[in-house]
Each structure stands twice: as structure tokens, then as C-alpha cells.
Design a protein around this ligand. Sequence first.
Ligand code: GRF
Length: 199
Amino acid sequence: MKLGFLASHGGSNMQAIIDQCLSGAIAGKPVILICNNPNAIAVERARDAQLPVEILNGRTHADTDQLDRQMEKSLLEAGVDLVVLAGYMKKIGPTTLSTFSNRILNIHPSLLPKFGGQGMFGIRVHEAVVAAGEPQSGATVHLIDNGYDQGQIIRQAILKVDTSDTPATLQKRILGLEHILYPNTIAEIASGKIKLPVN
Ligand code: GRF
């Protein structure tokens, strides 16, 4: 299964998935990283892994439709079977969404549908969880549709929120959980154990 990544920042989830492809735990091959931010650590990680990188953003394509069509073309030309969003901070355009319908995964650092939606990203998610006094939180792998964090949930991992947790400690602990959940979920998709909806 050929994997195409979209990332904007650190790319630690992408790295965990690349590592599991290399170890053989995922029957998958990373084939491209598309990134909007040329200075992202994700770009360095991809170059270190000899993964082709393409920068697509408002500078390369002022027109959002053209950017969307270029993204679709690049993913298709790379032969991508599964699009893996790994900290990608932009919305996917309608052309790419339609071509890869039910084949675009995301990971979100909460137990969706709780603490998702527009503006709920990064530390804000964990601030909201702590402020609400939630007894547990976690991470969710889900399909992308045209809403924010609303697509079908594929897998979740749960952890207990400790009374000593701050938003920062929770963020760190959940990121560690993501690095297990995301590769494991992709391994199960690649092996056929998880069947994504048929279009
Ligand atoms: C993760 O917390 C993920 O849940 C969210 O963005 C963050 C990405 O981190 N979608 P990284 O770039 O993989 O390090």
C-alpha cells in the first residue's frame, strides 16, 4: 500500500509511520510528502528518509483550485493508495477529497466527537480537556470528509487524565499514544484487517 503524507510542522507521526514501514510492521511504502511549510521539520524528516517532498502553498499556487488540482495530480502520479494527514493544518480541496474519498486518514488528539471542530487544534484541545475536568482523553484516527474532524472514526486510544496533568503534559502523553495508534491503524488497513468503506 503506497502512503502519501500531508504535514505542516513536526511530522513526528509521519516519522513513526515511516519507521514501521521500514521495520516491516506496516505493509506499506511511503511515496511522497506534500507540505505547505518549506521550513517544517517534517520536510527534513522526509529528506532523511529519501522521501520525495513537494511544497504546495499560497505562494506556489495563489489559486486554491489550482493548488487542489496539483495536490490530486501529485498524489495520483505517486500512485498513492492512502493519504495520511499528519499534523496538516490546511483544508483539503474538493477535487482531492473526491478522488481520494474514504482514503484520507487523519489523527486528532482527543476522543472525537469530543474536543474537535474548527479551531480545536494543538494545545487548545488539551486546555479544553483539562478545563472541562474530563476523566479521560486520547487520540482518534478518522476519515476526512469536508467537515472539521467529522469523518468516520476508525480507531481510538484512551488514557486517563491525572489530577496532576497540565495541558502540556497531556499533549506530550497523547502524542506518545498517537505514535502507537496511528502506525497500528495503518498496519491494520494495509493488512486488510480494517476495511475502509468502499466508494
Ligand atoms: C498531533 O497532535 C496530531 O494529533 C495533530 O497534529 C499533531 C501532529 O504532530 N493532528 P506531528 O506533526 O505528527 O508531530
